[in-house]
Design a protein around this ligand. Sequence first.
Ligand code: NCD
Ligand code: ZN
Length: 424
Amino acid sequence: MKSMELVIEGECYISGRFERACVGIDGGRIVALARNLDGDRRIDFGSRKILPAAIDSHVHFREPGMTHKEDFGTGSLAALHGGVSCVFDMPNTAPPTTTVSALDDKARAAAARSLVDFGLFAAVRPGADIAALAGRAIGFKLYMAGTTGDLLVPSLASVQKELADVARSGKVLAVHAEDETIRRKEPAKGPADHLRNRPNECEASAIRKVARAAEGCRVHICHVSAKDSLPLVQGQPNLTSEVTPHHMLLDRDRPLGTFGKVNPPLRTKGDRQAMFLAFKQGQFDTMASDHAPHTVDEKKEDFDYAPSGMPGVETMFPLMLQHVRDKHLALATVVKALCERPGEIFGIKKGRIEVGYDADLVAVDFMAGRDIRADDMHSKCGWTAYEGMPAVFPRATVVRGELMMKDEEQAGESRGRDVVAKDR
Ligand code: NCD
Ligand code: ZN
């Protein structure tokens, strides 16, 4: 066999188990897997575990328009340190990603600054040119309740035509499922009040409504957070679901104040435990961070004025790897939800160590854990809701065959690629 550009060697996670193997890489893709391979260059990770890098299919990198919170440079640097090689950015930027020109502008900004690969969501709004957007977007986002940004649809009836167009496009319809007609807007002093304003039924009702209204669409329910929602997202044809680390690990009783204000809200301990168990049992298709950075100053506003959302792209995979290390979760469950299923659902060849897939890899040392500290994070926002929690940060992240992070330092300069319109 001809020598390949690069060979990466280590304990590789292939078809659900670890084996000592060489990953042969050409043009950023995995072209061979074997016990021994020759390459022009070689990286030997020794006894470290080599896993597929994660795909974070729900981030808010805030560019354009809110780059004091984050931009593609800082967001993607945080991603690299968290073992994420590809992110899908949400459309609630300023301007919002609702037109082809806004999508193209954002793609140019991302291509200039992002250190990881990316896909861009377009928003469903009355009058949106879905067919034109579909060629360039990783999927469509539908906001059923008010949250950061201005993309709430007036009603599902108002986007009936657009939803039919999404169905025709074959693209995923990612849904922020909270029912605006149930949401209360009473003054809130903390996460418990925020939860009262956005009760479990708010989520369950929205899931029921969108499942009916978006017939024919590949509906993906984002950030499922309430135990009442679990039966609604299981075993439904054309419906997949996402859970976040915060709804699985945090609840309204944590003393987080505004830093725990997020949509959907942190719920009760019972809901949190139900999310953890459902995740452990493989009931969610994907895990995504809903990385939604806001600055400390913004979060220091009074509860009612503070924006909703918390960062998470850097801590998601490390927190899950810690749970694997502690034997609370099976590695297979984590890899499936963070790597394999996002790749399958969104139709990109990432998330597996397999010939034909992008060479997006992380090297992990399960013995080298450390506590999460805001000071060590790379997001512009400068805080984390997971302060002091133990985590297993990857020792290296490889994006399409390029070593981009090593020993917790940025190692490469290459820019990420749009996974949809690669040559734009
Ligand atoms: C998100 C944000 O800040 O962009 N906030 C959040 O609480 N999740 C918006 C959203 O997805 O709701
Ligand atoms: Zn979001």
